[in-house]
Design a protein around this ligand. Sequence first.
Ligand code: C2E
Ligand code: MG
Ligand code: MG
Ligand code: MG
Length: 283
Amino acid sequence: RAKESGKNNYQFYVAEMTTLVSERLALENDLRSALERGEFSLNYQPIADCRSGAIVGMEALLRWKHPERGMISPALFIPLAEETGYIIPIGEWVLRTACEQCRGWQKAGFPSLYVAVNLSSRQFHQKDLTASIHRILQETGLDPTRLGLEITEGLIMQQAEASVNTLRELKAMGIRISIDDFGTGYSSLSYLKRFPIDVLKIDQSFVRDIPKDEDDAAIASTIITMAHSLGLKVVAEGVETLEQLNFMREHHCDTMQGYYLSKPLPPDQFTALLKNGTRLDVA
Ligand code: C2E
Ligand code: MG
Ligand code: MG
Ligand code: MG
């Protein structure tokens, strides 16, 4: 009987795996045509100055509306796009769209706004990244100092030598570099002085349980102090409550983003937010 049930388990397992694999293949296939079918869009999450509450910029976040499945999380399809290489054209579309949109808002009366765009590993390590970004900035008319690129520590450690060079080129153009999800990687802190970085984004996992969790509070305040001693700015991610915002203010965190201020919004709603002049101290 044991043998029998073992066999059944095995068959079940194979069936499950087959479903997973074919689902994955189907999704991969749909991803290939998603760009030309216009299924992607960008949402924008405001980034605000902790002290004044003014919106200083926004992070562009990719959305995929699948014709049958509806919205698919970037956490699911970005890794697929990365493995298949589709991330290169998709990423270029994201950059161009975000730069255009930022320029549009600047012209509409918010001249100092900046936009932050996430870069995946394959995209960052592609040979003509800087040339491509240079072209996009020229075509959209966005000042390079108004573009931020978000990368993870793991990504730059993969090819440290090449990464330093790419980062230097980007920095020389005036672009600001942020380390996303800071504190969740396995890299040593020494890269912070080797790499030309401008901003650390405290990962939301350290913010979530503030003020209740004293360890997280200690980690977050230490990141802020360390960043400032290195001449870096800090963004707190995932700020959901007034207590968390107050914590960040008390510890002199520069800027914040999170549901407490706003979820990522489609462009028209972001425009409304800008025009209503939403400020944190009013919220
Ligand atoms: P990320 O860059 O760390 O972005 C922050 C994520 O946290 C976003 O999830 C955002 O919606 C979410 N978030 C913001 N505030 C809060 C909050 O207060 N509470 C909670 N619980 N969550 C909050 P999203 O939009 O699902 O994106 C997930 C990840 O997908 C991003 O993490 C980023 O790594 C990746 N991603 C998104 N768009 C792009 C893109 O255009 N290119 C690349 N390469 N990756 C992208
Ligand atoms: Mg990000
Ligand atoms: Mg993050
Ligand atoms: Mg993340």
